[in-house]
Design a protein around this ligand. Structure first.
Ligand code: SF4
Length: 330
């Protein structure tokens, strides 16, 4: 569905899009880097409004969010388009190609979640591709849902590549975000992801003051899995809050990246390094590992995780052994 876009202005005979830090200058008939925002007759329009390519009820742990409503499910939706171009993209078929989609009005998506809520669904996650690139639909749905049913949750799984104004417009309706921090090296963002680091850090810092935030770093074999790199990532996050959960996810060959999967022993070593800075570090994309949550003070197990099977071992967000408050939203 084509809709008028937000966050742009005219510059002579072209349009400057201000939704994400690319700030594309779009000529008549052309699209920006994300391929879904188009200059149609001097107006910026979005081509993916309500166009759903993927929809499923997922465990919240799959986003991944481990400290937000553990053990619950969430309706997860995505469209096509992305504003980064990571060589290793795990969702390239919808991020970089115009996949088959079906239009679902925002009100209908909100209505389907309220029906699902009776079966323990906590809300809607915008995921699979970058939520920012269908900002208008995400905003309409999130605002509509939160105004009608404040107890339901809105989750964004994002690369963090969004300008401040749209982010701050959306955040009042967002409960939790998982944000990718792909590297602390500006060169990595530039050469591997087609973006830049600073706007992502700004998004993490802005979001962290307004909603629940967890971070994912995909560790790519020989690219960003060095001890220096993980030290920098973990030190940065701990400077914000030592309780931010960090998910270190294992890379497998995908899209344009053909190097072998990241070594599991390297993953384990990076997790140990990150734990020197942060209280909650998890490994992802490695079957069979213990990914339980333990009390940061007495090491009591608080949440048992085996794959996506989750057992919450506390009634309130307090360690039942030493009574330390636990930064988890039950
Ligand atoms: S949202 Fe798309 S068109 Fe707008 S600045 Fe970003 S990449 Fe360019």
């Amino acid at each position: 569905m084509i809709r008028d876009a937000l966050f742009w202005h005219k510059e002579n005979d072209r349009i400057r899009c201000r939704l994400c830090p690319h700030q594309c200058l779009v000529s008549e008939g052309k699209s920006g880097i994300c391929s879904v925002r188009v200059n149609n007759g001097g107006m910026l329009q979005t081509e993916n409004y309500g166009e759903i390519t993927s929809m499923a009820v997922d465990p919240i742990e799959k986003k991944p969010l481990y400290h937000f409503k553990p053990g619950k499910n969430i309706l997860s939706v995505g469209t096509f388009g992305c504003n980064l171009s990571c060589s290793f993209c795990q969702n390239y078929s919808i991020a970089h190609f115009r996949s088959r989609s079906e239009y679902l009005p925002a009100e209908q998506l909100a209505a389907s979640i309220t029906a699902l809520d009776q079966s323990g669904n906590i809300g809607i996650a915008f995921t699979y591709n970058e939520p920012a690139v269908w900002f208008e639909y995400v905003f309409d749905t999130a605002k509509g849902l939160k105004e009608a049913f404040p107890e339901l949750c809105i989750v964004l799984v994002s690369n963090g590549y969004i300008e401040v104004e749209p982010l701050e417009t959306l955040l009042p309706y967002v409960d939790a975000m998982n944000i990718d921090l792909k590297s602390m090296a500006p060169q990595y963002y530039k050469e591997i992801c087609g973006g830049s680091l600073q706007p992502v850090l700004r998004t993490i810092e802005t979001a962290q003051s307004k909603c629940h935030v967890e971070i994912t770093t995909l560790l790519v074999n020989g690219m960003n899995d060095s001890e220096k790199e993980i030290n920098e990532i973990a030190a940065y996050l701990s400077s914000l809050d030592k309780d931010i959960p960090l998910h270190l996810s294992r890379y497998y060959p995908s899209y344009k990246m053909t190097r072998p999967a990241t070594d599991v022993n390297v993953m384990k070593r990076t997790a140990e390094i990150a734990k020197e800075y942060l209280n909650y570090v998890y490994l992802g994309n490695i079957p069979g590992l213990d990914n339980s949550t333990y009390c940061k003070v007495c090491n009591e197990r608080l949440i048992h995780r085996a794959g996506f099977a989750v057992k919450v071992l506390m009634d309130e967000a307090i360690c039942r052994n030493c009574l330390t408050p636990v930064p988890i939203r039950l």
